[in-house]
Design a protein around this ligand. Structure first.
Ligand code: ASP
Ligand code: MG
Length: 451
């Protein structure tokens, strides 16, 4: 059970968390949960800012940021504990005093190496996990706090460390499994680990999901729960489609397609360790724990005849490249894409006919140079204010009528490009940006009904 920053933001959130964990333990007493927590909301950002102040030599301002941080943690810790309070506060003070010594030293040096930065950032999760563990214990739930740095072993790529799965799994079996076997909940900080020689490391921003997937994979969890502040992945962006639905089930590959379009609930690569072991990942709302959330699995198993979700990316530019020299010639596409490579511009959608190629880009900073270079060997023109709509669903492969219904629902909306790639789990439409609200609404109605 991973709880993100907003699910441990303040005393109320932590009390809710304790309720959710207690409920889970009563449901599966023989398989107690492992609880993985993020830093309290905003704390990692504050620590990043504090490290920056140290690097700038602003020792006084860094120290005052830290004082505010200590106050916040002490206030939250005091509010959520009783018997454990004295010990918890002593632990927190010690942890935060060490941090202030470190920040002072960095401010003198005016240098923050990646390794030092990890030592600073790790304090957020060390503190939050201690608070949560004490809060859980004080509500009579048998539990142990475990320093995640003694379990999660990483390489020495500080700030973006990668886990050593073999060593980590061995330690998880040695340190975490016995706690669970004794019927207790194990509580660890996410995002943090240590190198083989014991130097504190972090997995990169947002890394707590990754920690949860790693521990879950190592311990053969029945399920990995990502507790956050939304009900799950949505069938469409609520800013465009009124009242989208929560996607009940989605495959890992579908979730990856959607992530590109800014469905920011989680980064799919962070749950790979779980998907690789066929462990379902569930996204749940800690404010509405009774809701079923979204379940991500390797195969997804969508409802028959249904799309899984739709998404869009607005304000893209279409570039059309036409040349009769392309006809039956080889090497044309290489020349074409070399231009985009030279100007470091990513291409999203690509469609081709015999004598023309159309691509979309969203970064138009080098557009003029790109067009100039393309014109050395072809006609090139561009059209701004376009958008990409992406319909995602494993059913697109299995059931040809799904594609037909998608296109039919867009009747009379001019489609500029249509593309379906080899995976055939998505179909992409490029159309005028102005048509997006209508197109998304119609597609959504076709597959998910009116609300
Ligand atoms: N606290 C870390 C961050 O904000 C890790 C996480 O929340 O997943 O990036
Ligand atoms: Mg966070």
């Amino acid at each position: 059970m991973k709880f993100g920053g907003t699910s441990v933001a303040d005393p109320d959130a932590i009390i809710r968390l304790v309720g959710i964990v207690g409920h889970q333990l009563r449901a599966t007493p023989s398989a107690p949960p492992v609880v993985v927590v993020s830093a309290l909301a905003g704390v990692t950002d504050t620590l990043v800012a504090t490290a920056q102040l140290a690097e700038d030599g602003a020792a006084e301002r860094a120290a005052s940021e830290l004082r505010a941080l200590v106050e916040r943690h002490v206030a939250v810790a005091t509010a959520v504990t009783s018997e454990s309070r004295t010990r918890l506060l002593a632990d927190l003070r010690r942890e935060l005093e060490e941090l202030s010594g470190l920040i002072h030293a960095l401010a003198v040096l005016r240098e923050v190496s990646p390794r030092s930065r990890d030592a600073v950032l790790a304090v957020g999760e060390l503190a939050s996990s201690r608070i949560v563990a004490a809060a859980i214990a004080d509500r009579g739930i048998p539990s142990d706090w475990i320093d995640a740095r003694t379990v999660l072993v990483t390489d020495a790529e500080h700030t973006i460390a990668a886990p050593d799965m073999i060593e980590t799994c061995e330690r998880a079996r040695g340190r975490v499994a016995p706690v669970l076997a004794a019927g207790k909940v194990a509580v660890l900080g996410g995002f943090i680990g240590a190198t083989a020689s014991g130097i504190t490391s972090t997995l990169g921003r947002g890394g707590s999901d990754y920690s949860a997937a790693i521990f879950g994979a190592c311990l053969d969890a029945a399920e990995i729960q990502i507790w956050t502040d939304v009900d799950g992945l949505l069938t469409a962006d609520p800013r465009i489609v009124p009242q989208p639905r929560v996607v009940p089930r989605i495959s890992f590959a579908e979730a990856s397609e959607l992530a590109y379009f800014g469905a920011k609930v989680l980064h799919p690569s962070t749950i790979l360790p779980a998907v690789g072991k066929n462990i379902p990942v569930r996204i749940l709302n800690s404010r509405r724990p009774e809701n079923p959330g979204t379940r991500i699995t390797a195969d997804g198993r969508p409802e028959q005849g249904q799309l899984t979700a739709i998404a869009c990316k607005r304000d893209v530019t279409v570039i059309d490249i036409t040349s009769t020299r392309m006809l039956m010639a080889h090497g044309f596409l290489r020349r074409l894409f070399e231009v985009f490579e030279r100007f470091k511009t990513a291409v999203d959608v690509v469609t081709t006919s015999e004598v023309s190629v159309s691509v979309t880009i969203d970064d138009t900073r080098r557009l003029e140079a790109i067009l100039d270079n393309l014109r050395n060997f072809a006609e090139a023109s561009c059209e701004p204010e376009m958008a990409i709509i992406c319909a995602v669903g494993e059913n697109l492969r299995a059931d040809p009528t799904v594609f037909g219904r998608a296109v039919t629902s867009l009747d009379r909306i001019p489609l500029r490009l249509v593309s379906q790639a080899a995976s055939r789990r998505n179909v992409t439409f490029v159309l005028r940006d102005a048509d997006v609200p209508q197109a998304m609404t119609r597609l959504h109605e076709q597959f998910f009904g009116r609300q």
